[in-house]
Design a protein around this ligand. Structure first.
Ligand code: GLO
Length: 539
């Protein structure tokens, strides 16, 4: 059965860094409203808003202290209602970030829970006795150090898979689940378009067995959630699931199972880390692996699951700096190439703010230039373990989350039109070269390339439904695939390198270029000469 999100494109906003409207240096909801027409022009159907709820900002809003109130820096509930209405008026659905693996330690539930062992809220969280005067077991936090924090008052440890200001909720407790369902219904009743679910694969954890992802009751909880909340609404849901394989992804997104619309899988995202090590242990991308993983995910579903497609989010480095080429010469070409190979795949594409104008990483020279808790904790942890500063900053510049979180570039004025005050986080230095005003005035910009890719999806069922087949999996330089539907087929040919690479068109005889990032074709007979980062869609 066809759903609206099957042919939709979603745009992710990181509210802190999108647009400030009141000069306090922090992006806000009125700022977002003022940019909805820009997003409409790009052509997106839905917005995923990173958390805007009340939060002490230990993890920039992913530590929520009140799920039914808006963070004062971002505005008020009236602003939020205004945003929902302004989106709905433009036919844009608003997807809220659901962060319910954990709360903030400043959430009233946790404040109660830590008062005493018999407090009615105690079981909302996960508490264990010390073992031989130490942590209960070896579970570690994603943000460095142990996942257990000792609480002096009650003499027990609580679990936090992220920062110690993000205590994990105890999903085994039915009351916790009911609180979450109530809260979700509160938002659904406001007319939102769905939820993106933060680290949802962790809610079935079994801390005593050191099981975190994909716990035994995970899918039972999601089915219950579906039934009690969004199942009755025409909304989309997307789970953040770091450990998903195609088999696991079907458990979430097979329509017959009544769980989620789709999940984010991260297999491609892990390709530049040394296997078995941490995300900070960088290695160069293996291009053939990237293609193999894309092709695996493109062919694994047969009506029993749905893909999401993304290069970037608020947790990843900027894709042009990561796997494209961010030099002045190749930034636009490689950005368009990367956009093309992703957007011609089957699934629901996500664009992270600034991706559509080709924003790039922001290398730092010193720890004082960092904001992100994950990077800061890792910096201190590795420094104590004897890593050199250079080594650590190398990792952070490659992979750190601040890369994606620096303010959006709207124009080349001071602070890029993001704020009239002092921005909460320093901007990327390449504002003059890379900004929205510039992109909109140049018909060849990355922005218009994205706009065209979105239009192609809207107007051509082959992009949404067509069967995918990879050609040339052994090529070190080219990514070539075909989409076909009802006797029609499209061919995508992309050069991932700076060299000129030949491609023989003998097997296919395309008659038309649908979209390319160069103005013409370079061809010798049936041999296509692909220039640096050239990407062509043929039919
Ligand atoms: C990635 C999340 C990330 C949060 C974390 C804790 O894993 O999107 O930004 O820090 O989930 O909520």
């Amino acid at each position: 059965q066809k759903k609206w999100w099957h042919d939709s494109v979603v745009y992710q906003i990181y509210p802190r860094s999108f647009q400030d409207s009141n000069g306090d240096g922090v992006g806000d909801i009125q700022g977002i409203i003022s940019r909805l027409d820009y997003l409409k022009k790009l052509g997106i159907d839905a917005l995923w808003l990173s958390p805007v709820f009340e939060s002490p900002n230990d993890d920039n809003g992913y530590d929520i202290s009140d799920y039914r109130n808006i963070m004062a820096e971002f505005g008020s509930m009236a602003d939020m209602d205004d945003l929902i209405q302004s989106c709905n008026e433009r036919g844009i659905r608003l997807i809220m970030d659901l962060v319910v693996n954990h709360t903030s330690d400043e959430h009233p539930w946790f404040i109660e829970a830590k008062k005493s062992k018999d407090n009615p809220y105690r079981d909302y969280y996960i508490w264990r006795d010390p073992v031989e005067g130490d942590v209960p077991n070896g579970l570690g936090s994603t943000f460095s150090g142990p996942a257990w924090e000792f609480d002096e008052t009650t003499g027990q440890y609580y679990l936090h898979l992220f920062s110690k200001k993000q205590p994990d909720l105890n999903w085994e407790n039915k009351k916790v689940r009911e609180e979450v369902w109530d809260m979700m219904n509160f938002w659904l009743d406001k007319g939102i378009g769905g939820f993106r679910m933060d680290v949802i694969d962790l809610i079935g954890k079994q801390p005593d067995n050191e099981i975190t992802g994909n716990g035994p009751k995970l899918h039972e909880y999601l089915q219950e959630m579906n039934k009690e909340t969004f199942g009755k609404h025409d909304v989309m849901t997307v789970g953040e699931t770091w450990g998903a394989t195609p088999e696991i992804a079907k458990l979430y997104s097979d329509p017959k199972r009544d769980e989620l619309s789709m999940v984010f899988q991260f297999e491609h995202i892990g390709l530049d880390e040394v296997p078995g090590k941490e995300k900070w242990d960088w290695q160069a991308l293996d291009f053939k692996e990237l293609k193999r993983i894309f092709s695996k995910w493109q062919t694994c579903f047969n009506g029993d699951g749905w893909n999401s497609l993304f290069w970037n989010n608020h947790d990843t480095p900027r894709i042009i700096s990561r796997w494209g080429n961010d030099s002045e010469e190749y930034r636009e070409l490689s950005g368009k190439m990367l956009a093309t190979i992703l957007h011609m795949q089957k699934g629901t594409p996500y664009i992270y703010q600034g991706e559509e104008i080709g924003m790039v990483n922001t290398p730092v020279q010193d720890v004082s230039q960092l904001d992100d808790i994950e990077s800061l904790n890792m910096y201190h942890d590795r420094f104590a373990k004897g890593y050199s500063k250079e080594d650590i900053l190398f990792s952070i510049n490659k992979k750190g989350r601040d890369n994606a979180r620096r303010p959006m570039h709207w124009n080349s004025e001071e602070h890029a039109g993001f704020t009239e005050g002092e921005p909460w986080l320093t901007l990327n230095p390449r504002v003059e070269e890379i900004n929205v005003e510039q992109a909109l005035s140049n018909p060849n910009s990355i922005f218009y390339h994205y706009q065209k890719l979105i239009e192609l999806r809207k107007n051509n069922p082959i992009v949404v439904w067509g069967e995918y087949r990879e050609l040339l999996p052994e090529s070190d330089a080219l990514y070539v695939y075909e989409r076909s539907l009802d006797g029609e087929s499209w061919l995508v040919v992309a050069n991932f390198t700076e060299e000129i690479v030949d491609y023989d068109l003998v097997e296919q005889s395309p008659t038309e270029v649908i979209l390319s990032n160069y103005e013409d074709l370079l061809q010798e007979g049936a041999c296509l000469k692909l220039r640096p980062y050239e990407a062509i869609i043929f039919k």
